[in-house]
Design a protein around this ligand. Sequence first.
Ligand code: UDP
Ligand code: MG
Length: 328
Amino acid sequence: MSLLSVIVPCYNEQDAIPYFYDAITKTAADMQETWSDLDFEFLFIDDGSKDNTLSIVEGLRDKDKRVRFVSFSRNFGKEAGLYAGLKNAKGDYAVTMDADMQDPPALLPELYKAVREEGYDSAATRRVTRKGEPVIRSFFARRFYRLINLMSSADIVDGARDYRIMTRRMVDAIVEMKEYNRFTKGIYGWIGFNTKWIEFENVERVAGETKWSFWKLFGYAMEGIIGFSTAPLSMATWFGIFMAIVSFLGIIFIIVKKLVYGDPTSGWSSMVCIMLLIAGIQLFCIGIMGQYLAKTYLETKQRPIYIARKTSEDEAKKTGYNATGGNG
Ligand code: UDP
Ligand code: MG
């Protein structure tokens, strides 16, 4: 038997989940025709949704015991959802996908084939177009991937989605990384393993709306840069060296001018400008250090990445039902 865990982080997805469940169970049935020993579990992570997401998932569980869920005590963000999913998955393989059908279930057989038959540790998807997305958003997204790849050793692929299948070994490696400030795209790049990339055209979400505002994405980008690069920290050093060289040349210029022409440089306004420039650069650099310090501070608290309020397993305990369907 080979178990595939399908991990679905959901935040206010009451409208999308029924479509998703329909599509994924159809795909599952098709795949079972090809691989007869394949079994599924559908692990929904309810990320503190404020709508009926949880009751819909509970309804699915009542009729299909392959459905499991973990419901958070509040909204912890998609990264926490992915972590909770990987941590609770029981499968020999795990795939993470969005509830809104932007990660087409139809690609799943191809992904599964790559890890099961082609010897890859992981198969990931990348959308080659950003059609249907606001132009400004795509523009900043592209700049972000450029920048982070310049600065960081973790190789982060532009357009990569969180739609990815992995072997148990890779899942365990990710769960081992217990950092509180999580940036999963960077983690995948950092842990290595050989990955097959599958490309597809962007698909628009089936129902509901995107949970990412521009500023939420901006915060996410900062998370990625600070989490996977220390290059900004050395910027202070480079600025410092540059300013020192410039001012040294300036001093020589003034001395020579005084000796040769006997004409001391006057003017306080240029002085004020220079002082303001230097003060600005200093504050900027202190700000960068502050960002890293803040992240370090949060890490040292060793807070849990998520807190579960309810899971399908506690309900199973109450009724005496064995949650893994009898074999676990
Ligand atoms: N999501 C989540 N927690 C959040 C935000 C989003 O679990 O705080 C889930 C969401 O329900 C969806 C997936 O992450 O399944 C991707 O979110 P969305 O479709 O809003 O992002 P987009 O595709 O627009 O980048
Ligand atoms: Mg989406």
